[in-house]
Ligand binder design. Sequence first.
Ligand SMILES: [Zn+2]
Length: 142
Amino acid sequence: MNDSSPKSDKIVKSDAEWKKQLTPEQYHVARKHGTERAFSGAYWNTKHSGLYTCICCGTPLFESGTKFDSGTGWPSFWAPVAEGAVALKEDRAFFMRRTEVLCARCDAHLGHVFPDGPDPTGQRYCMNSASLAFEPKKDDKK
Ligand SMILES: [Zn+2]
């Protein structure tokens, strides 16, 4: 086996289908590579424990344990929930060289990753709330 793609259960939908499923803001960010305004999203300041999943296909992407306050106004994580959960792609838009972060399963645009994050990875996954859904941890009751 030397198939380099870890997932064979790719989700492919038409623009019209995504548009129907998502809010205009979610569609703009996740399917049209948009960026929400800083401090405007639902999760930039969320500190509850739980799981962040893809707004488009529900794939688990990030855990609250890797979330940190980056001061940027976007939800920031130092690692995805699993290797292969997200796909990285070079992004040369706007004459900058950045690394785009996509959902590995449905190619939703999530945000960008920068090499100025905290330990232990030194990575900063700068995500858009609009591309994420949050599932609070169920066994969090006292
Ligand atoms: Zn997805």
